[in-house]
Design a protein. Structure first.
Length: 349
């Protein structure tokens, strides 16, 4: 099992800290450094900066938002980043959510699975450097009846095949991801529930494509907090968990709330959402069960974290991406180093 690092969103006064974290992860031998985007910093700019200041670590988008870019633009960006980084780029995609898609980009959040399938197909055709033409429900290239003609990508990526990941939560999205992608970016993953919440759906998609999970990258992101007081460490993650379960989406369409319900937290997920959407964010955080936080994060001593890593590897995780918690750079670096030490102690390195 390999380790990754997720820098999250750039900004919030942590720009220099994030670069230092990425450089330390590179020195420690982490496999990949991911950057996110929502409606602040964009992922490609951050990744180009990180790639220019690191030597070996891969850089990946987790995620580049599908409503933000035309698929051909995403192919151009991926090819450019792979070329500039010396073959270290991984393309992670996702549909985002209805609030961001419609509120920020002005793109209707309709038929996300069909849009993702077409988007990936266009990217793959463009990256193969064939003359690009496509007829689908959501994109037609070139546009009919006009001056457009099939064009070919002029940039030569460092590699013939750039790994493509999709951020997936729901069963249908997971199944499609297994069918059309090289890896899945997962969140809110409990090792003992990974088979039911993700792997069986990914496996079904791979089977539909005539493949197995062999070579497919199962890549969840987990917060990591180092210390002896487990309840106190979990409390640090309460606002983060409440945001996703309670506020990441509308009452009708919150994928993380639905996932928490599938994980067995039906009553708790409803309470968290009710409190969060009514403006009681502190109450929502307090309503998050400790066992939920502890199951989707790496908390405690290096020894305890090593045991949890073993459980994730046995469950089927191939790249474990860490999001090191801490209020200072020193705390985040310490958590980063604890991750490599735990991996070595687990015997998985």
């Amino acid at each position: 099992m390999r380790l990754g690092i997720n820098l999250g969103y750039w900004g919030a006064g942590m720009d220099g800290d994030n670069l230092a974290v990425a450089q330390e992860a590179d020195r420690l031998g982490y496999d990949v450094c991911w950057a996110a985007e929502a409606y602040g910093s964009d992922a490609p700019t951050v990744l180009s900066w990180v790639a220019a200041r690191t030597e070996r670590i891969d850089v990946g988008s987790a995620i580049m938002q599908i409503p933000a870019r035309q698929p051909a633009m995403t192919a151009m960006t991926a090819a450019t980043l792979d070329s500039l980084s010396g073959g270290r780029f991984r393309l992670g995609l996702g549909v985002s959510g209805p609030q961001v898609s419609e509120g920020w980009y002005g793109v209707r959040f309709d038929k996300p699975l069909a849009r993702t399938r077409e988007y990936v197909e266009i990217i793959r055709r463009a990256m193969s450097r064939e003359r690009l033409s496509f007829e689908g429900e959501h994109w037609t290239l070139p546009l009919p009846g006009g001056p457009g003609k099939p064009l070919k990508l002029t940039v030569h990526p460092e590699r013939e095949h750039i790994p493509l990941y999709i951020a997936a939560i729901g069963p249908r999205n997971l199944e499609q991801t297994g069918e059309i992608a090289d890896g899945a970016l997962l969140l809110f993953c409990a090792a003992d529930q990974l088979e039911d919440t993700a792997l069986r759906h990914l496996r079904a998609g791979r089977l539909r494509a005539g493949k197995t999970l062999e070579g497919f990258d199962v890549c969840p992101t987990l917060p990591l907090a180092l210390g002896d007081d487990i309840p106190a460490l979990a409390d640090q993650l309460r606002p983060y968990t409440a945001l996703y379960v309670g506020g990441m989406g509308s009452r009708r369409q919150n994928f993380y709330n639905q996932l928490a319900r599938r994980m067995g937290y039906e009553k708790e997920a409803a309470e968290i959402q009710d409190k969060y959407l009514s403006g009681d964010k502190a109450g929502a955080a307090a309503a998050v069960p400790h066992r939920l936080i502890d199951s989707i994060a790496l908390l405690g001593s290096v020894e305890r974290i090593a045991e949890r890593m073993q459980a994730y590897a046995e469950a089927g995780v191939t790249t474990l991406t860490l999001s090191p918690a801490g209020f200072t750079l020193d705390e985040r670096i310490a958590a980063l180093r604890a991750g490599t030490e735990a991996l070595e102690r687990s015997g998985l390195a």
